[in-house]
Design a protein around this ligand. Structure first.
Ligand SMILES: CC(=O)SCCNC(=O)CCNC(=O)[C@H](O)C(C)(C)COP(=O)(O)OP(=O)(O)OC[C@H]1O[C@@H](n2cnc3c(N)ncnc32)[C@H](O)[C@@H]1OP(=O)(O)O
Ligand SMILES: N[C@@H](CCO)C(=O)O
Length: 364
């Protein structure tokens, strides 16, 4: 599969929920498969907090493929022999779309903390502009997990005629204080790190040695993506063989794992983008702008498919069930699947074999 990142430039204003305007702005995206003549075979894939538009295929020289490569490709659940798949990098992120370290106009200086707060609604409005630009006004499906699942639900409510099917995995109808509290660890750790310099760091300050605050904050995040059982299975109480048990900083395997993953992460992800995207997740509330959640949900015309994971401690299955109950009460078309898994929240990225057939069935 040939992969190419494209960037769309917009000189028209993006009106944000906050009342502020983003202008101009760019959206980085990738596509897989072929668009048919009627433009009726489009599937929009939405990424989560730290994801990007690179959802499938492997770049030359890369060790790993895109984050949902197991699901997207020829003959896979999101079959690129049938569908034209689009995945965009959300605004606010750091992988090519306009974000806090992008040049602001007319100064050409990075926005930094002057970047406006963006919301899930803003992220999807930007994607609608891209799709209109491509001459696509209706899609077969929108699918995403975690923050991607929030976007899918927001598409369903804000643009009722846009998609035939909405598939939302490991998400919620409104971010609960439990999740906001996990995010708070990252926010405070980043803000209080002297190398963050109130957002006035240089672009490549963290390429070699990531920001400690982001690495530490990400530990809290990473814990919330796993589960007690998956940690038992992955690490047990194993101790790193060369570390002494009675050395103060000797490590259990789980500690080494957290260090490795979060230190790596802090060299890849921009701290300001992390703050802005976490803010978008925290402010997610499907009912904002409507009379109630019930009012918001009753606008939906698409078939809605909700997938939760039994061990998700970030967005609990009961939260997806709550949406399902509203759809049921309203006589709307929906399916609800709770996948049995011990992995935790990130099962939507890892245990694809547990739900890929379901996605295939939905898209049939
Ligand atoms: C959602 C989106 O849109 S995309 C964002 C996806 N990325 C993330 O979420 C970033 C956080 N990463 C993760 O949560 C996980 O790595 C996942 C979900 C991507 C993959 O999970 P798994 O397939 O279960 O991989 P696992 O967590 O076991 O391994 C991750 C890394 O830790 C390493 N590792 C595993 N065990 C240990 C250990 N005991 N000590 C140190 N390192 C370890 C692995 O070798 C692997 O290294 P690599 O990334 O260099 O290959
Ligand atoms: N682990 C995923 C999901 C978080 O919600 C990410 O970092 O994007």
């Amino acid at each position: 599969m040939k992969i190419e990142t494209k960037t769309a430039h917009f000189s028209s204003p993006l009106y944000l929920e906050s009342g502020r305007i983003l202008e101009p702005y760019e959206i980085a995206y990738e596509t897989y498969g072929e668009l048919n003549e009627e433009k009726s075979n489009v599937i929009l894939v939405c990424h989560a907090l730290s994801g990007s538009h690179h959802a499938a295929g492997t770049y030359e020289g890369d060790r790993k493929p895109g984050w949902w490569d197991g699901l997207i490709g020829d003959g896979k659940a999101i079959d690129t022999t049938r569908y034209f798949v689009i995945c965009t990098n959300v605004i606010g992120s750091c992988f090519g779309s306009t974000g806090p370290m992008s040049e602001s106009y007319p100064s050409l200086e990075p926005y930094r903390l002057k970047f406006p707060v963006v919301t899930i609604k803003d992220m999807i409005r930007a994607q609608m502009h891209l799709l209109s630009d491509l001459g696509i006004y209706h899609v077969r499906a929108v699918i995403g997990g975690s923050m991607g699942g929030m976007q899918a639900l927001q598409f369903a409510v804000d643009y009722p005629n846009f998609a035939d099917d909405i598939i939302s995995l490991a998400a919620t109808y409104a971010t609960r204080p439990w999740t906001i509290a996990f995010n708070k660890v990252a926010v405070e750790a980043i803000r209080r790190d002297p190398r963050f310099k109130h957002g006035n760091y240089a672009k490549d300050d963290f390429k070699e040695e990531g920001l400690d605050g982001l690495a530490v904050g990400r530990i809290a995040g990473h814990i919330s993506y796993l589960s007690p059982d998956s940690m038992d299975e992955k690490f047990g109480r194993n101790y790193v063989s060369n570390d002494g048990l009675f050395e103060l900083f000797g490590r259990y395997e789980v500690e080494r794992y957290m260090e490795y993953n979060t230190n790596n992460f802090s060299t890849i992800f921009d701290p300001l983008s992390y703050l802005y995207i976490v803010k978008a997740i925290n402010t997610f509330n499907l009912s904002r702008g409507y009379d109630s959640l019930y009012d918001a949900v009753s606008r939906i015309k698409a078939r809605v498919h909700l997938v939760s994971f039994s061990s998700d401690y970030l967005f609990f299955p009961s939260e997806m069930e709550h949406i399902a109950k509203m759809l049921e009460r309203n006589g709307q078309e929906y399916t609800y699947l709770e996948v049995e898994s011990s992995y935790g929240h990130d099962a939507f990225l890892v245990e694809l074999d547990k739900f890929d057939q379901h996605i295939k069935d939905v898209l049939k």
